[in-house]
Design a protein around this ligand. Structure first.
Ligand code: ADP
Ligand code: ZN
Length: 609
């Protein structure tokens, strides 16, 4: 690995073009490999700085860097962001008019492009392949490489065809990048993209600026409103819901309560989706309420929170979705409200899903891992990273279980009461019921349904008056999460599992968690917002710079972060540069932006005094 010296061309590009001082993490090693013609497979968390890993080699090596990306709707922004840095970039995809396409092709063949973004389906066309044959290629970058994984959530069949790159251009280096962390996905990418000989770079997947919180779901709309009002007022964020209907309903509720929110789901016309996405990227402080159809490749660096109103189906999904918060490295919140109904619903969805038994078992395993994360009394961050095979010492201090450790209690007897109720209903009566009836029986409630089925005659009737209804629901939830109970059929009736018998026979202890009495807020002095951690005296200048940036972005019709990111504005507000030389020292101020915005920024600083 080359050490970074001032004469290193890669470091020179980093400083001159991007305005950054030093490479982060594995960037230097990855870039060195690709600059020298080697293949690389890069796993880095969102916000880790993957783009520089192919952009810099494309600028250093002769020829054009070809970037394969599935994110057609974002290519224009990516090209605009590069243009703002003075990098010559263009894209080829189905949205271009034939005239624009010809202009891009001409520029490419004339050697006038540093980077060319293409959609994967484009590489299936003879015309595009022939076009690339006529130009020197610096490298192929395969972004969002996990799209090649057939079992993953973002599978794109066109990605399977990308092995053509290696066959057709064996001497051009390839770099595949993803934020999907599991070893299984990595192996699948290497195999399907013919990258087994590539160097693998696996970064730490920790996102230290994200505070993880998983709260018991009680009144989700109110809980969400509390979060947005008390901790993230006026800030950009994403709220994930499972269904289109709940997206619409939640967005409407937020709007009724004075919060600027937009819906996004696959049922909306493409033009509405595109318009909402564009507004989310361009305007400050919008909340996007969306299904998981939204978010991949969204580069917006200042998403301050990601909230889940429904349980994600897997830890991978949860990590990807929450990872969209805080790409700029500033404090951010990942918040999930989770309850019994989520577990029942997810188990039902798996049971009624298409596919064979092996597929359902696979879905079940994913859900189990997600439930284990929800129910843990240990550090969430440590458990999340352990899932991806990475060690963390725990006690991170910025997840809810570290901020307010939940108590564990011996739930064996409570578990036995629930399980024997289910057992008796089934064995003595041949009946199956859902959670509601089981809890009513335990509490000895005199309801019409209890009388109709003569459940007051069961020996377990009323044995549960030591716990409240909510506590019983939490017990059932944890039994479902631990696989000691499961649900069947469209009504979600409770049934025993193979492991239930061990608890009933007193051969197994059941540990449960008490929910902390008060909801956890972000740690003191760590408020997750863009102005956080700025000295109070610098906040007015920071806000003035933001206002200037908003005007500039609007005039140009580009997202604000393309002008300057929040982290750079904070750097300027702290440094208060009085000259262009000083301004150039701030991280994120490269040559091109200095020339373009330098005087205007200095004027804002001078005016703020
Ligand atoms: P990823 O694609 O891995 O999610 P990005 O490439 O979008 O991450 O980078 C995330 C943010 O970090 C961007 O704002 C980027 O400009 C910034 N960044 C990347 N590398 C560096 C670096 N070496 N120094 C400072 N900032 C960096
Ligand atoms: Zn923790």
């Amino acid at each position: 690995m080359a050490t970074a010296t001032a004469t290193d061309p890669a470091l020179d590009v980093l400083r001159r073009v991007f305005g950054y001082d030093a490479f982060r993490g594995e960037q230097a090693a990855v870039i060195d490999t690709v600059v020298n013609g080697g293949d690389a497979l890069v796993l880095m968390p969102t916000g880790g700085g993957k783009s520089l890993c192919y952009q810099i080699p494309a600028l250093v090596r002769p020829g054009t860097g070809v970037v394969v990306s599935p994110l057609i709707a974002l290519m224009q922004d990516q090209v605009d962001a590069l243009a703002a840095l003075g990098v010559r970039a263009a894209f080829l995809n189905s949205t271009l008019s034939s005239e624009d396409r010809r202009a891009v092709e001409r520029a490419l063949v004339a050697g006038e492009l540093d980077l060319l973004y293409v959609a994967p389906e484009g590489l299936r066309s003879r015309a595009t392949l022939d076009l690339l044959d006529r130009t020197p290629i610096a490298l192929f970058a395969i972004d969002e490489a996990h799209c090649v994984s057939q079992w993953g959530h973002d599978f794109r069949p066109d990605y399977l065809e990308l092995s053509v790159l290696h066959q057709r251009w064996p001497s051009v280096p390839r770099i595949a990048l993803t934020a999907t962390a599991t070893a299984a996905t990595r192996a699948e990418i290497a195999q399907r993209l013919d990258l087994e000989g590539a160097r693998h770079f696996v970064s730490s997947f920790d996102r230290p600026n994200i505070t993880y919180r998983i709260v018991p779901k009680d009144r989700p709309d109110k809980q969400l409103l509390d979060l947005l009002r008390t901790e993230h007022a006026g800030e950009a964020g994403i709220v994930y819901c499972l269904s289109r209907a709940s997206v619409e309903r939640t967005a409407a509720t937020l709007v009724e309560n004075g919060i600027q929110a937009l819906p996004y789901h696959a049922g909306l016309p493409a033009s509405v989706r595109a318009a909402n996405q564009s507004r989310f990227l361009r305007e400050d402080g919008l909340v996007m309420v969306a299904t998981i159809a939204f978010g991949m490749g969204i580069d917006k660096p200042d998403v301050r929170f990601v909230a889940h109103l429904d349980l994600p189906k897997s830890v991978e999904g949860y990590y990807q979705e929450t990872g969209r918060a805080g790409r700029d490295g500033l404090p951010s919140t990942a918040w999930l409200a989770y309850g019994l109904a989520d577990v029942v619903q997810q188990r039902k969805l798996i049971e009624t899903s298409d596919g064979d038994a092996a597929h359902r078992r696979n879905l079940g395993r994913h859900l189990d891992a997600m439930l284990a994360l929800c129910e843990t009394v240990e550090c969430r961050r440590a458990q999340l990273l352990a899932y991806f095979g990475q060690e963390h010492p725990g006690a991170c201090g910025t997840c809810d279980t570290c901020l307010a450790p939940p108590e564990a209690w011996d739930g064996t007897v409570a578990a036995q009461k629930v399980l024997s109720t289910v057992f008796r209903l089934d064995r003595e009566r041949g009946q199956r019921f859902g959670v509601g009836q089981v809890v009513d029986i335990l509490l000895g409630r005199d309801t019409e349904k209890v009388r109709r089925f003569r459940h007051q005659e069961l020996s377990v009737f009323g044995v549960g008056d030591d716990l409240s209804e909510n506590e019983w629901r939490a017990v059932v939830r944890q039994l479902l999460a631990q696989g000691l109970l499961t649900v069947e059929g469209a009504h979600g009736t409770l049934v025993l599992t193979a492991a239930s018998g061990e608890v009933l026979a007193r051969r197994r202890e059941v540990r449960m968690r008490h929910e902390p009495a008060r909801p956890v807020r972000a740690a003191k002095g760590r408020k997750a917002s863009a102005a956080a951690e700025l000295a109070e005296a610098d906040v007015p200048l920071f806000e003035a710079l933001r206002a200037w940036r908003a005007g500039e972005a609007k005039t140009q019709g580009v997202p604000a972060y393309i002008v300057f990111g929040d982290a750079t504005l904070r750097g300027i507000a702290t440094a208060r540069p009085g000259s262009l030389e000083r301004l150039a020292l701030v991280s994120g101020v490269g040559e091109n932006k200095l020339a373009r915005y330098g005087d205007a920024v200095l004027a804002v600083v001078a005016e703020a005094g």
